[in-house]
Design a protein around this ligand. Sequence first.
Ligand SMILES: Nc1nc2c(ncn2[C@@H]2O[C@H](COP(=O)(O)OP(=O)(O)OP(=O)(O)O)[C@@H](O)[C@H]2O)c(=O)[nH]1
Ligand SMILES: [Mg+2]
Length: 323
Amino acid sequence: MTNDLADRVLGGELRALSRTLTMLERGNPEAGGVMKRLDPQTGRSYTVGITGPPGVGKSTLVDRLAEHLRSQGLTVGILAVDPTSPFTGGALLGDRIRMQRHYLDDGVFIRSVATRGQSGGLPRIVKSMVRALDAAGKDVILVETVGVGQTELGIMGVADSVVVAMTPESGDSIQTLKAGVMEIADLYVINKADRDGANQLAGAVTAMLQMADLSGGWNPQVLLTQAYANVGISELWDGIGAHRDFLTDTGGLQARRSERRRSEFLETVQEELHRRLIKRLGEDTKLHTLLENIEGKSAEPYGEAMRLLDDDVDLARVVSGGC
Ligand SMILES: Nc1nc2c(ncn2[C@@H]2O[C@H](COP(=O)(O)OP(=O)(O)OP(=O)(O)O)[C@@H](O)[C@H]2O)c(=O)[nH]1
Ligand SMILES: [Mg+2]
């Protein structure tokens, strides 16, 4: 069954791809079999992360980029990571409406990913989803994430190139820079360049970059766009291309991708361990009693945690319960 599904994904069948992403999202154990078969066929896509504060125009940029890529005959996968709950997804609805003109185009695959209240950052499943889109033959994968400061850092672990979008109109932008986004941006986009202050903001960002130590080699570009009017989009794609060439020439691309695979594995182990432990709490009377003792002060939390982890038999029992 999983082989059949994987083959359909590899054949570019969108429904099979959609189903695979749902399996990943739900932690379906059969997803492992599918991903194993897809993995050898990955590595051909290029992944671009677009991040920045709420409302700066990320979805509009993604939409316009998709349009530009399609005009060049490239296929596009879009993952829109939505921080709102799946039940109140206002932003989600906005994205859907904005991008719906692509729904008639088989060359654009759009998927929203709810963060389901995970604390900050990007759901780790996004890394696996990107690999599935890659195997399905998407030439370019665009990942939109909203965030300010620390919550954006996760995009680094997913994208080959990271675009940080800002606007001249609010204090958010400078806030974003201060929150340490300097380290993650490969390209800066000042969107809504039709508004006052765009050039000043571009100047401020450029000045900050000049002061920063960029001995790593790549000099992040600062670009002005008017996404809603389709201005600056091809220049943005050219800028991404320049970063891609830089990464390819310096071996940085391979390094980023290897690191991404490593962290996908480690994060999955960590999250699954946690999930299975929580599940066991509801089922395992011994563990349940231990917790009651810890709560009632007849057992000590730190020492018991270490003992549980050191006692391989116990740990194996806790985590091997399947799902
Ligand atoms: N003036 C102006 N407005 C723009 C521009 N680009 C996008 N917008 C508008 O900005 C608003 C927000 O755009 P979105 O693309 O939804 O922004 P976003 O960053 O995806 O928003 P969230 O996903 O909710 O964080 C929309 O009303 C867009 O039409 C632009 O270049 N200039
Ligand atoms: Mg958006």
